[in-house]
Design a protein around this ligand. Sequence first.
Ligand SMILES: [Fe+2]
Length: 137
Amino acid sequence: MPFMEWLDAFELGIKEFDDHHRHLVSLLNLTYDGVITGAGRDELEAVLDELIDYATYHFSAEEHWMTVHGYPGLPEHSEEHERFCRRVVEVQNDYHSGKNNLGIEVMQFLNTWLKDHILKTDAEYARFAKETATAFV
Ligand SMILES: [Fe+2]
């Protein structure tokens, strides 16, 4: 069983972002696999960097979509993205500088954050898309 399972409830009905979320889940699972199998530092660093780079790309894409469609929840949503980015950049820096190892605790944080974010915060813009019927990209 993968560390983070894909749930039907994650489906927003916006293909671009559903695809992004699936990819994020698979990158998180890849990172987790690296952690529990004791992958080397270089390998873990690379997969963590990829996960973070992809998350950053995905957040920008969502925020662009929200801007284009006049989504009123954009400020709060992007603030949530920013708080997450600040936290993971800390994790990344600590790992790069050897101050911290990547452990289950960090993996659990990423898992819980992503799950909650998709189910609650992202679900709100999906609702907006359905209500306004503007926005299926
Ligand atoms: Fe989001």
